[in-house]
Design a protein around this ligand. Structure first.
Ligand code: T5A
Length: 207
Protein backbone atom coordinates (compact mmCIF):
# COMPACT_ATOMS: atom_id res chain seq x y z
CA UNK A 1 0.00 0.00 0.00
CA UNK A 2 1.42 3.37 -0.92
CA UNK A 3 1.76 6.03 1.76
CA UNK A 4 -0.52 9.02 2.06
CA UNK A 5 0.45 12.10 0.11
CA UNK A 6 -0.51 15.30 1.93
CA UNK A 7 0.24 18.78 0.59
CA UNK A 8 0.03 22.15 2.28
CA UNK A 9 -0.70 25.31 0.31
CA UNK A 10 -1.42 28.97 0.92
CA UNK A 11 -0.32 32.52 0.20
CA UNK A 12 2.51 34.38 1.87
CA UNK A 13 2.30 34.51 5.68
CA UNK A 14 -0.44 31.90 5.85
CA UNK A 15 1.29 30.07 8.73
CA UNK A 16 2.62 26.99 6.96
CA UNK A 17 5.48 26.52 9.43
CA UNK A 18 3.20 25.74 12.37
CA UNK A 19 0.82 23.80 10.12
CA UNK A 20 3.60 21.47 8.95
CA UNK A 21 4.40 20.73 12.59
CA UNK A 22 0.75 20.05 13.39
CA UNK A 23 0.43 17.58 10.51
CA UNK A 24 3.67 15.78 11.43
CA UNK A 25 2.63 15.49 15.07
CA UNK A 26 -0.82 14.18 14.13
CA UNK A 27 0.68 11.47 11.91
CA UNK A 28 3.27 10.53 14.55
CA UNK A 29 0.56 10.25 17.20
CA UNK A 30 -1.13 7.67 14.96
CA UNK A 31 2.11 5.74 14.63
CA UNK A 32 2.60 6.73 10.98
CA UNK A 33 6.04 7.27 9.57
CA UNK A 34 6.21 10.44 7.53
CA UNK A 35 8.75 12.15 5.32
CA UNK A 36 8.63 15.94 5.27
CA UNK A 37 9.67 17.82 2.16
CA UNK A 38 9.08 21.16 0.49
CA UNK A 39 8.83 22.80 -2.90
CA UNK A 40 10.68 24.20 -4.53
CA UNK A 41 13.32 22.05 -2.83
CA UNK A 42 13.76 18.74 -1.08
CA UNK A 43 16.86 17.22 -2.69
CA UNK A 44 20.27 18.96 -2.87
CA UNK A 45 19.77 19.83 -6.56
CA UNK A 46 16.20 21.03 -5.99
CA UNK A 47 17.39 23.19 -3.08
CA UNK A 48 19.88 24.84 -5.45
CA UNK A 49 17.02 25.53 -7.86
CA UNK A 50 15.08 26.94 -4.89
CA UNK A 51 17.90 29.34 -4.14
CA UNK A 52 17.94 30.51 -7.75
CA UNK A 53 14.16 31.03 -7.66
CA UNK A 54 13.92 32.80 -4.31
CA UNK A 55 17.17 34.74 -4.03
CA UNK A 56 16.44 38.40 -4.87
CA UNK A 57 19.91 38.56 -6.51
CA UNK A 58 18.52 36.39 -9.33
CA UNK A 59 16.45 39.35 -10.47
CA UNK A 60 13.54 39.04 -12.89
CA UNK A 61 12.89 35.75 -14.67
CA UNK A 62 10.46 35.25 -17.51
CA UNK A 63 7.32 33.59 -16.16
CA UNK A 64 7.93 30.52 -18.34
CA UNK A 65 11.46 30.06 -16.98
CA UNK A 66 10.08 30.38 -13.47
CA UNK A 67 7.49 27.69 -14.21
CA UNK A 68 10.03 25.35 -15.82
CA UNK A 69 12.39 25.74 -12.87
CA UNK A 70 9.54 24.95 -10.44
CA UNK A 71 8.85 21.76 -12.36
CA UNK A 72 12.56 20.87 -12.65
CA UNK A 73 12.78 21.09 -8.86
CA UNK A 74 9.52 19.10 -8.57
CA UNK A 75 10.85 16.33 -10.80
CA UNK A 76 13.93 16.02 -8.53
CA UNK A 77 11.80 15.99 -5.39
CA UNK A 78 9.48 13.37 -6.88
CA UNK A 79 12.31 11.13 -8.05
CA UNK A 80 14.51 11.53 -4.98
CA UNK A 81 12.07 11.76 -2.11
CA UNK A 82 8.34 11.62 -2.81
CA UNK A 83 7.96 8.56 -5.03
CA UNK A 84 10.41 6.31 -3.12
CA UNK A 85 8.74 7.16 0.20
CA UNK A 86 5.19 6.62 -1.06
CA UNK A 87 6.20 3.32 -2.68
CA UNK A 88 7.70 2.15 0.61
CA UNK A 89 4.37 2.87 2.34
CA UNK A 90 5.69 5.97 4.08
CA UNK A 91 3.51 9.09 4.21
CA UNK A 92 4.78 12.26 2.56
CA UNK A 93 3.92 15.76 3.74
CA UNK A 94 4.96 18.31 1.15
CA UNK A 95 5.05 22.05 1.83
CA UNK A 96 3.61 23.21 -1.54
CA UNK A 97 3.26 21.18 -4.73
CA UNK A 98 1.73 21.67 -8.20
CA UNK A 99 -1.21 23.70 -6.89
CA UNK A 100 1.39 26.39 -6.10
CA UNK A 101 2.41 26.45 -9.77
CA UNK A 102 -1.26 26.72 -10.75
CA UNK A 103 -1.72 29.65 -8.37
CA UNK A 104 1.60 31.52 -8.66
CA UNK A 105 2.67 30.93 -12.27
CA UNK A 106 -0.66 30.04 -13.89
CA UNK A 107 -2.66 32.84 -12.25
CA UNK A 108 -0.17 35.16 -10.53
CA UNK A 109 2.17 35.39 -13.51
CA UNK A 110 -0.81 34.96 -15.85
CA UNK A 111 0.73 32.09 -17.82
CA UNK A 112 -2.64 30.36 -17.89
CA UNK A 113 -3.72 26.87 -16.90
CA UNK A 114 -2.67 25.03 -20.07
CA UNK A 115 1.09 25.47 -19.61
CA UNK A 116 0.92 24.28 -15.99
CA UNK A 117 -1.28 21.29 -16.77
CA UNK A 118 0.96 20.25 -19.68
CA UNK A 119 3.95 20.08 -17.34
CA UNK A 120 1.94 18.39 -14.58
CA UNK A 121 0.88 15.70 -17.10
CA UNK A 122 4.49 15.25 -18.13
CA UNK A 123 6.06 15.15 -14.66
CA UNK A 124 3.44 13.38 -12.54
CA UNK A 125 0.59 12.07 -14.71
CA UNK A 126 0.01 9.25 -12.21
CA UNK A 127 0.17 11.14 -8.96
CA UNK A 128 -1.84 13.72 -7.11
CA UNK A 129 -2.14 14.48 -3.42
CA UNK A 130 -4.68 12.52 -1.34
CA UNK A 131 -5.32 15.61 0.74
CA UNK A 132 -4.45 19.27 0.19
CA UNK A 133 -4.83 21.68 3.09
CA UNK A 134 -5.19 25.24 1.84
CA UNK A 135 -4.39 27.87 4.47
CA UNK A 136 -6.40 30.85 3.31
CA UNK A 137 -5.55 34.29 4.62
CA UNK A 138 -6.37 37.77 3.29
CA UNK A 139 -3.40 39.15 1.37
CA UNK A 140 -2.98 42.21 3.61
CA UNK A 141 -2.88 40.10 6.77
CA UNK A 142 -0.37 37.67 5.25
CA UNK A 143 1.88 40.54 4.18
CA UNK A 144 1.61 42.07 7.64
CA UNK A 145 2.75 38.80 9.21
CA UNK A 146 5.87 38.45 7.09
CA UNK A 147 6.85 42.11 7.29
CA UNK A 148 10.06 42.62 9.23
CA UNK A 149 11.06 38.96 9.01
CA UNK A 150 14.84 38.38 9.23
CA UNK A 151 16.61 38.64 5.88
CA UNK A 152 13.86 40.68 4.20
CA UNK A 153 11.44 39.48 1.52
CA UNK A 154 12.54 36.74 -0.91
CA UNK A 155 12.17 37.15 -4.69
CA UNK A 156 8.59 35.82 -4.69
CA UNK A 157 7.56 37.84 -1.64
CA UNK A 158 8.51 41.01 -3.51
CA UNK A 159 5.45 40.59 -5.73
CA UNK A 160 2.76 43.24 -5.64
CA UNK A 161 -0.56 42.81 -3.78
CA UNK A 162 -2.47 42.42 -7.11
CA UNK A 163 -0.30 39.40 -7.90
CA UNK A 164 -1.01 37.90 -4.48
CA UNK A 165 -4.76 38.53 -4.89
CA UNK A 166 -4.69 36.51 -8.13
CA UNK A 167 -2.79 33.75 -6.31
CA UNK A 168 -5.37 33.65 -3.52
CA UNK A 169 -8.32 33.59 -5.93
CA UNK A 170 -6.73 30.82 -7.99
CA UNK A 171 -6.17 28.65 -4.90
CA UNK A 172 -9.79 29.13 -3.83
CA UNK A 173 -11.09 28.30 -7.34
CA UNK A 174 -8.94 25.15 -7.46
CA UNK A 175 -10.34 24.12 -4.07
CA UNK A 176 -13.88 24.59 -5.41
CA UNK A 177 -13.06 22.46 -8.44
CA UNK A 178 -11.71 19.59 -6.30
CA UNK A 179 -13.68 19.55 -3.05
CA UNK A 180 -12.85 15.88 -2.46
CA UNK A 181 -9.11 16.67 -2.33
CA UNK A 182 -9.02 20.14 -0.75
CA UNK A 183 -9.87 21.40 2.70
CA UNK A 184 -9.79 25.19 3.03
CA UNK A 185 -8.64 26.36 6.46
CA UNK A 186 -9.38 29.89 7.62
CA UNK A 187 -5.84 30.86 8.57
CA UNK A 188 -6.74 34.37 9.73
CA UNK A 189 -7.72 32.88 13.08
CA UNK A 190 -5.30 32.49 16.03
CA UNK A 191 -2.72 29.71 15.61
CA UNK A 192 -4.33 27.24 18.08
CA UNK A 193 -7.62 27.45 16.12
CA UNK A 194 -5.80 26.89 12.84
CA UNK A 195 -4.04 23.84 14.31
CA UNK A 196 -7.36 22.46 15.59
CA UNK A 197 -8.94 22.90 12.15
CA UNK A 198 -6.02 21.03 10.55
CA UNK A 199 -6.39 18.17 13.02
CA UNK A 200 -10.13 18.02 12.29
CA UNK A 201 -9.46 17.83 8.55
CA UNK A 202 -7.03 14.94 9.08
CA UNK A 203 -9.50 13.13 11.36
CA UNK A 204 -12.28 13.55 8.79
CA UNK A 205 -10.13 12.15 6.02
CA UNK A 206 -8.67 9.20 7.94
CA UNK A 207 -10.97 8.60 10.87
N1 T5A B 1 6.21 28.93 -5.42
C1 T5A B 1 6.34 27.66 -4.95
C2 T5A B 1 5.75 29.16 -6.73
O1 T5A B 1 5.65 30.31 -7.17
N2 T5A B 1 5.41 28.11 -7.51
C3 T5A B 1 5.55 26.80 -7.09
O2 T5A B 1 5.26 25.86 -7.85
C4 T5A B 1 6.04 26.58 -5.75
C5 T5A B 1 6.19 25.19 -5.25
C6 T5A B 1 8.44 29.59 -1.71
C7 T5A B 1 7.85 30.52 -2.71
O3 T5A B 1 7.77 29.85 -3.96
C8 T5A B 1 6.54 30.08 -4.58
C9 T5A B 1 5.60 30.36 -3.45
C10 T5A B 1 6.46 31.03 -2.40
O4 T5A B 1 6.45 32.42 -2.68
P1 T5A B 1 7.69 28.85 0.66
O5 T5A B 1 8.99 28.39 1.12
O6 T5A B 1 6.55 28.01 0.94
O7 T5A B 1 7.57 29.00 -0.94
O8 T5A B 1 7.63 30.34 1.20
P2 T5A B 1 6.59 31.08 2.02
O9 T5A B 1 5.25 31.15 1.42
O10 T5A B 1 7.28 32.37 2.29
O11 T5A B 1 6.40 30.15 3.30
P3 T5A B 1 6.90 30.21 4.78
O12 T5A B 1 7.55 28.93 5.10
O13 T5A B 1 7.67 31.44 5.04
O14 T5A B 1 5.56 30.16 5.55
P4 T5A B 1 4.39 31.19 5.71
O15 T5A B 1 3.16 30.42 5.80
O16 T5A B 1 4.44 32.26 4.70
O17 T5A B 1 4.74 31.91 7.03
P5 T5A B 1 5.06 31.42 8.52
O18 T5A B 1 4.47 30.14 8.83
O19 T5A B 1 6.52 31.59 8.74
O20 T5A B 1 4.26 32.56 9.28
C11 T5A B 1 4.64 33.91 9.12
C12 T5A B 1 4.53 34.67 10.46
O21 T5A B 1 3.16 34.77 10.82
C13 T5A B 1 2.92 34.24 12.08
C14 T5A B 1 4.08 33.27 12.32
O22 T5A B 1 4.29 33.08 13.71
C15 T5A B 1 5.21 33.96 11.63
O23 T5A B 1 5.77 34.94 12.46
N3 T5A B 1 1.61 33.54 12.02
C16 T5A B 1 0.54 33.87 12.76
N4 T5A B 1 0.33 34.81 13.66
C17 T5A B 1 -0.90 34.88 14.23
N5 T5A B 1 -1.92 34.01 13.92
C18 T5A B 1 -1.74 33.05 13.01
N6 T5A B 1 -2.75 32.22 12.70
C19 T5A B 1 -0.47 32.96 12.39
N7 T5A B 1 0.04 32.13 11.42
C20 T5A B 1 1.30 32.51 11.24
Amino acid sequence: MRGRFITLEGGEGAGKTTAMRTISEWLASRGREAVITREPGGTPAAERIRDLLLNPETGPLTPMSELLLMFAARQENLAGIIRPALSAGTDVVCDRFTDASRAYQGAGRQLGAAAVETLADLVHPDLKPDLTLLLDVPVALGMERIRGRDGGPDRMEQNRPEFLERVREAYLRQAEREPERFVVIDAARPLPDVSAAIENALEEKWR
